[in-house]
Design a protein around this ligand. Structure first.
Ligand code: COA
Length: 325
């Protein structure tokens, strides 16, 4: 019998050159480095240049992932881009990425699950590879999130940044394979009744404008810890694993306090939790692959390690993935 699994064979990242520090923000709005660091752990964020679109960030991360995996763009069958800040209303940013990588075959589409977007994209790509829709997938989380911020709203403007991260998934026959590598399981949830605590007040068929992020921060915080704890328990139980088996937690990077709360709940040594929120801020769908790639490329995450990813965002939409590297 064949047991098809998908494994991560490469990862890449891209952060725009321009950095905006908390002090830079304090010079243009009523905030302070102290407030931002104390409440969120954020010190700085990267901001895309005026001529950089989400697809440009995505393509740079994709090229880095292809190099890391030793592959050419033509080796990719499927491109999934998780983004909330597409270049255009249509076509999908994923097909723009395809064009910029000069890929004229296979298929590409976007996934919209805001800050849970990468986990959703990974789940969709993994399912498609398992069901024979191709051999290799590029899963990219890419955002120019700062373009949908209201710079007059200090409650949200200080929290987000731009960037892109990518992984390459490859299908293989895991039956009889020497080690049990790959995506072990993914777990997705959403609750549309909580729309009002985190959304953008615009859109093509709503206002006809792009809109800005609106958030009830305290409410989101409460949901984040309880819902992420539940989905992490669900992922571990589905694989007969416990928190003690987890080698690395790669959480969505929204807020240092949420990240620490998740690490504490799993009783993980803080050195086993990958943190980038201090330097990247919240890059929405890009935050997990950016953090993952940093830890893979600097040698922390090694082959055989069990990696737990989790994220939550507008929708509300949330999810978790367990991956054996
Ligand atoms: N700088 C300085 N003061 C600020 C500020 C800023 N950037 N933003 C808000 N404040 C002020 C508020 O106006 C309020 O002042 P007041 O007491 O005079 O009314 C005070 O700080 C407390 O605001 P509050 O919103 O209650 O703060 P908080 O402790 O809940 O922290 C968040 C705010 C956003 C950091 C926190 O709620 C949070 O992290 N929520 C989760 C958000 C998240 O992760 N979203 C993304 C999910 S993908």
């Amino acid at each position: 019998m064949t047991l098809v699994r998908s494994k991560i064979i490469g990862c890449g990242s891209y952060l725009p050159e321009n950095i905006l520090t908390n002090d830079d923000l304090a010079a243009r709005m009523d905030t302070s480095d102290e407030w931002i660091q104390k409440r969120t752990g954020i010190r700085q964020r990267h901001i895309a240049a005026d001529d950089e679109k989400t697809s440009d960030l995505a393509v740079n991360a994709a090229r880095d992932a292809l190099d890391h995996a030793g592959l050419e763009a033509g080796d990719i069958d499927l491109i999934v881009v998780a983004t909330t800040t597409p270049d255009e209303t249509f076509p999908a940013t994923a097909t723009t990425v395809q064009r910029k990588l000069d890929i004229g075959a296979g298929f590409a589409f976007d996934v919209q699950a805001v800050c849970a977007g990468f986990v959703y994209g990974l789940a969709v790509a993994d399912s498609m590879l398992k069901t024979g829709h191709g051999k290799r997938a590029l899963v990219i989380g890419a955002e120019t999130f700062t373009r949908i911020l209201d710079w007059e709203d200090r409650g949200t403007a200080v929290l987000f940044g731009d960037g892109a991260g990518a992984v390459i998934l490859e299908a293989y026959d895991a039956e009889g394979a020497p080690e049990d590598r790959g995506v072990l399981s993914t777990h997705l949830h959403s609750d549309g009744t909580e729309h009002d605590i985190l959304y953008v007040d615009g859109g093509p068929s709503g206002t006809g404008t792009v809109g800005h992020v609106r958030m009830a921060g305290k409410e989101v915080y409460k949901h984040a810890v309880t819902k992420l704890s539940a989905v992490v328990d669900e992922a571990l139980a589905a694989n007969d694993l416990s928190a003690a088996d987890v080698d690395w937690l790669v959480p969505h990077q929204a807020n240092r306090r949420i990240i620490d709360a998740m690490g504490d709940r799993l009783k993980l040594d803080p050195s086993k939790v990958v943190v980038t929120v201090d330097r990247h801020a919240n890059t929405s769908a890009a935050s997990i692959p950016l953090a993952l790639c940093e830890a893979v490329r600097d040698g922390r995450i090694k082959q055989g390690d069990l990696v737990l990813m989790e994220g939550i965002g507008g929708g509300l939409a949330w999810g978790a993935a367990l991956v054996r590297f």
